[in-house]
Design a protein. Structure first.
Length: 146
């Protein structure tokens, strides 16, 4: 069972009170994926942010594995914000349990409580900024600058 305390460990829910998370908890989807199952396909639409509760996934682009995510991490944020096709594929390495937030869910949260929506949106922007910063650091540490 997913509790507000569990979700407070995820950056998207940072700053939200337990009562606020309890308000939106019924809107979140609980999903399970088998080992080797494709969760998101590169080039296809995706309208959800997934939070890994249990298990591990691989992130690949053009059949090259770029990264692995595990419990406590999230994926799918970019497509929720820019509604473009997925830039990478996500595949379960082991059985995976997630909680997901869809675009529709975000609209429902907006209608229910603008403060919760605003915190989630700000947290989403921070999360993407951190990921971009890590990628920039990886790129510059492995590239030869001329």
């Amino acid at each position: 069972m997913i509790t507000p305390q569990t979700l407070q460990n995820y950056s998207l829910f940072g700053g939200l009170l337990e009562e606020q998370i309890e308000t939106i908890l019924p809107l979140l989807q609980h999903e399970k994926f088998a080992s080797e199952e494709i969760i998101i396909t590169e080039g296809k639409p995706n309208d959800k942010i997934y939070f890994i509760i249990e298990g591990q996934v691989s992130v690949s682009r053009k059949d090259i594995v770029l990264s692995h995510f595990g419990e406590g991490e999230a994926f799918g944020e970019m497509e929720v914000l820019d509604v473009m096709p997925s830039v990478a594929s996500i595949k379960a390495i082991s059985p995976v349990i997630t909680i997901s937030v869809s675009n529709k869910t975000l609209r429902e949260i907006y209608k229910m409580d603008i403060k919760i929506f605003s915190l989630i949106t700000m947290n989403l922007a921070r999360s993407l900024s951190r990921r971009l910063r890590r990628m920039d650091e990886q790129f510059t540490s492995t590239s030869v600058l001329i």
